[in-house]
Design a protein around this ligand. Sequence first.
Ligand code: MLT
Length: 208
Amino acid sequence: MPNPDLGFVHRFEPGRAPVRPLLLLHGTGGDETDLLPLGRMVAPGAALLSPRGPVLENGMPRFFRRLSEGVFDAADVRRRAADLAGFVAAARARYGLPAPLALGFSNGANIAAAVMLLHPEALVGAVLLRAMMPLSDPAPADLSGRPVLMLSGAADPIVPGDNAAGLAALLAAAGARVEHAVLPGGHGLSQADVTRIEAWMTREAPLP
Ligand code: MLT
């Protein structure tokens, strides 16, 4: 059942293995169930924390408001990133979790990037699928050593290649260990994404 506690409707699946919990963040029009199968596939046994985006755009859940395709409401991005960081802290206390890795797709990847830049304590790292720059003027963050896997689509009609490359450069300049790959295909995910995420998780997800 969806759980409306802690400020976000969400699903929580307890972990069964000594691996990082995953914070699963769906794309526009998705919900808290969308990325559970991907999370189970790429990090078997990980605790899964999956909130539903609290903003509705024509009935479609999102994690922050946008003014048009690719044009974001910066004040709302900041507000919603703070809310999501607060949710992560509350969920960690409730469920007894170490800091999670985010696994976000599209709008979910964009809010994950905003949380990393604005609330770096909330996440130990992130997998950003089809992400773009969430803010035009983020303050410098300290992401020293945080692992980030960014997977973009070579023919993505929503995310311009230079925008994705700019986000990768921004995260790297903040100290993150960024691995950015541009895969064949568009905005949707493919088996190539799953294969890359699995290999990255094998290195980054085990708890010390
Ligand atoms: C966004 O609005 O975050 C991006 O344009 C991706 C999308 O959700 O379509």
